[in-house]
Design a protein around this ligand. Structure first.
Ligand SMILES: [Zn+2]
Length: 230
């Protein structure tokens, strides 16, 4: 292998390792961030469900109170009619009919409100369960970072000096080229597969491949700039 390729490869292997360690660390932190957002959303949803439940119960109570008062009115009106104490019998009959109709309506509404409260209770339970799950997920994400944080920092601490040493060994002419490759987030090393670059599929002329194989020259892919591995 051409010495240039060996030097580039030494730096590249360190950078791949560093990238992977940083990516893992970032992913763990992202999981915590999204876990926190999920907990906040679940909290808000649970609160809203509780408020909806309280409102449903209040509506049901109001309906029950109104029903109770009409039930009393029905009793007293019937009593007046039965005992003949109503000042106006026909008016009392009309009033009784109205009261009975209102009671029917309130009873029907009452049945609907019972369902509404039951649904609100179930929704509040579901929201609480979702909140618990989100809290558990967040705890797991925090535990995952805690478990990996020190090892990741240690591995990074081990590889950084190796990277520095490899960089110092890299020929000064190659450094800006390598840096540019990294800046463009491109691979520093590429393979040739069926006469084409493995990274960008650009055609690699046979002579380039023969030079590379023999270690005579270090070639870069004309498409992506990656150094061609033998
Ligand atoms: Zn390429």
């Amino acid at each position: 292998m051409h010495p240039d390729i060996v030097q580039v490869s030494n730096v590249w292997q360190c950078d791949v390792k560093i990238d992977a360690l940083k990516a893992e660390h970032e992913a763990l932190n992202r999981a915590i961030k999204s876990g926190e957002a999920a907990v906040a959303a679940a909290d808000a949803a649970a609160e809203a469900a509780q408020a909806a439940l309280a409102a449903a119960k209040a509506t049901e109570r109001a309906n029950t109170r109104e029903l109770d008062s009409y039930t009393e009115k029905r009793t007293s009106t019937r009593e007046m009619i039965n005992t003949g104490t109503a000042p106006d019998y026909a008016a009392a009959e009309r009033q009784l009919a109205n009261v009975v109709a209102r009671i029917d309506a309130l009873e029907n509404t009452g049945l609907e409100l019972i369902d509404a409260v039951e649904n609100a209770v179930e929704a509040a339970h579901q929201a609480e369960r979702a909140k618990r799950r989100a809290t558990e997920d967040l705890a797991a994400a925090r535990a995952a970072l805690l478990a990996r944080d020190a090892p990741l920092r240690k591995e990074l601490g081990d590889v950084l000096p190796l990277r520095e040493a490899a960089w110092n060994e890299l020929h000064p002419e190659l450094r800006p080229q390598y840096f540019d490759q990294r800046r463009k987030k491109r691979k520093a090393l590429v393979n040739v597969i069926e006469k084409a670059c493995s990274a960008c599929s650009t055609f690699v002329p046979p002579q380039v491949w023969l030079d590379t194989e023999a270690g005579r020259e270090a070639h870069r892919c004309t498409g992506c700039g990656g150094w061609i591995l033998p």
